[in-house]
Ligand binder design. Structure first.
Ligand SMILES: [Zn+2]
Length: 328
């Protein structure tokens, strides 16, 4: 009886939550008790699915004072860039990504003059890959200064700041990049809005984010690596990310499938970590079998790109034309 009442109450409360993208109240608590099987930083969390636009959002959203705790020192995105098989594979991945994103850069501006900002740059591998391609006006912001010392000598302008509170720089940028970052914020729309008002004429915002239409979500459900619980708060697909762009007044949002085999290997690792029989000791949230598994699943992840169910997606937000004349 008590459980029934609780269920009814739960449903009533959830019905009152409007989707942050489409404002629909037709949201359902589909994904319950998603564990942090990578770092074990927090209790299991739940996610709502918006039946109207497909947005998946953590419910309730985490308290702001908890966020630091979700990113322990061993968090792999802050691993210093040094010689290892993992970083050299990652380097190749970042070089490919740099090639992919630079084709959207404004070719009317010389490489040296193009002002590029990466928000949430982690250990800086993408910024370094861009530097190697001849882009020198590089800036980065992250909420922690853990890896700053290793990057400062490379001439990259760095600031520790939480963009949800304020934009980290007092200047405009031609390109603002967020690589697997937008899904971590408590208010992703506000973040995009802040970025938009700091874009130059013809500036662009580039996002890479997990795709909720990915094949792996169907397979792995609560173990899907895309949840990265409790760190991921909002998860998008092609349809609703375009909705955000339209809502914020961008003229165009281009999306492109991105192949990230790590979404397969980490999902499998999550399944194994949940069972005492197959649980192993992780280092930086990674098991000994993670890399071979990623390699094994690369062909599948590539095929997904062609069937509209890619692991991740790249989204390019183009500045609103009508605002160009009044832009800073
Ligand atoms: Zn919605």
């Amino acid at each position: 009886m008590v459980t029934e009442i609780n269920t009814i109450l739960e449903k009533t409360i959830i019905k009152q939550v409007n989707c942050i993208l489409c404002n629909s109240i037709d949201q359902e608590l589909i994904f319950k008790g998603i564990k942090d099987l990578e770092y074990e930083t927090y209790k299991p969390v739940d996610y709502l699915l918006c039946k109207n636009c497909g947005l998946i959002s953590q419910y309730p959203l985490p308290e702001i004072n908890l966020l630091q705790r979700f990113y322990p020192d061993e968090y792999r995105n802050y691993l210093p860039v040094k010689k290892s098989l993992f970083t050299s594979l990652k380097n190749t991945q970042f070089k490919n990504l740099a090639n992919k994103i630079t084709k959207y850069f404004n070719k009317d501006i010389k490489n040296n003059d193009l002002k590029i900002l990466e928000i949430g740059f982690g250990n800086g591998q993408l910024l370094l890959a861009l530097q190697e391609k001849g882009y020198t006006s590089l800036s980065g912001s992250d909420f922690t200064d853990r890896v700053f010392s290793s990057l400062k000598e490379k001439g990259i302008e760095l600031k520790a700041s939480n963009i949800e509170e304020r934009f980290p720089f007092n200047e405009v940028f031609d390109v603002i990049i967020m690589n697997n970052v937008i899904e971590h914020f408590l208010n992703p729309k506000k973040v995009l809005e802040n970025c938009k008002s700091n874009l130059s004429k013809n500036g662009i915002i580039i996002l890479i984010t997990p795709n909720t239409d990915a094949l792996e979500l169907l397979f792995f459900k609560n173990y899907w690596a895309g949840f990265h619980a409790p760190r991921h708060t909002f998860l998008f697909n092609e349809k609703n990310i375009k909705l955000v762009g339209k809502d914020l007044g961008f003229t165009e949002v281009i999306t492109e499938p991105i192949c990230d085999p790590g979404q397969w290997s980490i999902s499998i690792q999550n399944v194994f970590q949940n069972l005492s029989l197959t649980k192993s000791k992780l280092k930086n949230g990674m098991s000994f079998y993670l890399m071979p598994l990623s390699l094994l699943f690369t062909p599948i992840a590539i095929i997904q790109n062609f069937i509209g169910k890619s692991t991740s997606m790249l989204c390019v937000f183009k500045q609103e034309l009508s605002r160009i004349s009044t832009a800073k």
